[in-house]
Design a protein around this ligand. Structure first.
Ligand SMILES: Nc1ncnc2c1ncn2[C@@H]1O[C@H](COP(=O)(O)OP(=O)(O)OP(=O)(O)O)[C@@H](O)[C@H]1O
Ligand SMILES: [Mg+2]
Length: 350
């Protein structure tokens, strides 16, 4: 039985469709990310699940129970839905110190003071704020306040937790460690999480499945591996990971790179006419001696664990990333050859 179900959910503001036909069944204990560029409808969808926005159309269910049905004009109040939420603006109560903020949901549940303090301190330890219990929010940084909001949402152990960019104010290092901690807490407590982010590596590492959104529409729902290796369209290929798009022409069972009539790839989607080849920078092999395509080394960026090259091929620039490569191996202006190890293909407007 699905823990959470969205059935043909729409949200319109006047003639703006913020969310258009959102459908998903989320299993009990699943970690789902909503991923997409700013303004694509992530927060709006989350707020409809929480009950702070009413869908214009569609049905939302938790288990067998309808919590929202636009046609019937039925919307269960947010506090009755049993959902935990951390808002994008991480509202914490300014007049309460950290311990009281985090303990508030337990206080409402009448958990005795001593037990409350014990659970609060466990949560504060988890979010690295053990020493900050007595402080007021105004005495904390944005990232620290965000972690207070996270601890407060977790302490109530909701069966469904909605997180709207909960790590956006943290520095890179803390962000990474919190990622693993949120995953660990989620698995340990067995809770279902909907996690909104526009950070693809966050979505890739934490999620069982990712929902890629663009302009109010779901573009693809799938496991991180499937989204990365079999993107449904060019938007998904472009948004998840890095990709080079190369114009091409599909004829029969081959796709020909434009400007290189001799260079062709299989045509598994049976495309016809104008097409686009897509190849990830790490799936290109560089060589000094020969390969499918000739180019000129244009630029090199040393990244420590890899070198990020820009190679001029005819009139466009192809990006190539080689792990563990030596920066000095190729010189700017040198002729190099590229082999495409794995190529994806799309119809021109797909
Ligand atoms: N109350 C409103 N009235 C009119 N338009 C709105 C309203 N709330 C949101 N929108 C529009 O709906 C679209 C989706 O907004 P939403 O906040 O869901 O985006 P988001 O994916 O969360 O973006 P971000 O990553 O920037 O937080 C945007 O174009 C936004 O301008
Ligand atoms: Mg948002």
């Amino acid at each position: 039985m699905a823990e959470l179900k969205l059935h043909h959910i729409y949200k319109r503001y006047g003639n703006v469709t913020a969310v258009g036909d959102f459908n998903i069944e989320v299993a009990d204990g699943e970690f789902i990310s909503f991923l997409g560029p700013s303004g694509c409808g992530k927060t709006t969808t989350l707020r409809m699940i929480a009950g702070f926005e009413k869908p214009t159309e569609g049905v939302i269910m938790i288990g067998d129970q309808e919590i929202s049905n636009a046609e019937k004009g039925y919307f269960m109040a947010p506090e009755k839905r049993g959902i935990g939420m951390v808002f994008q603006s991480y509202a914490v109560w300014p007049h309460m110190n950290v311990i009281d903020n985090v303990g508030y949901p337990l206080k409402i549940q009448n958990v005795p003071k001593e037990e409350r303090l014990k659970q609060v301190m466990q949560m504060l330890e988890l979010v690295h704020l053990k020493e900050y219990g007595e402080r007021l929010p105004s005495q904390l940084s944005g990232g620290q306040q965000q972690r207070v909001a996270l601890a407060r949402a977790l302490v109530a152990k909701p069966s469904l937790l909605l997180l709207d960019e909960p790590l956006s104010n943290l520095d890179a290092k803390l962000r990474e460690s919190m990622r693993f901690e949120i995953s660990a807490i989620q698995k340990e407590l067995g809770i279902t999480v909907i996690y909104v982010t526009h950070d693809q590596s966050e979505a890739m590492t934490m999620s069982d499945r990712i929902v890629v959104m663009s302009m109010g529409k779901v573009q693809q729902i799938g496991r991180p591996y499937d989204i990365y290796t079999k993107p449904a369209n060019q938007m998904v290929a472009d948004f998840i990971g890095l990709v080079n798009f190369i114009p091409a022409t599909a004829k029969g069972d081959r796709i020909f790179m434009q400007g290189y009539e001799g260079v062709s790839f299989p045509n598994p989607k049976k495309l016809v006419g104008e097409a686009v080849l897509a190849v990830r920078p790490e799936q290109i092999t560089l060589s000094k001696t020969g390969g499918m395509v000739e180019g000129v080394m244009n630029h090199r960026f040393y990244m420590g664990d890899s070198v990020d090259y820009r190679v001029k091929v005819k009139d466009h620039i192809v990006r190539v990333i080689q792990k563990g490569a030596e920066y000095e191996k190729y010189k700017d202006g040198e002729t190099v050859y590229l082999d495409f190890d794995n190529v994806m293909s799309f119809a021109k407007d797909e």
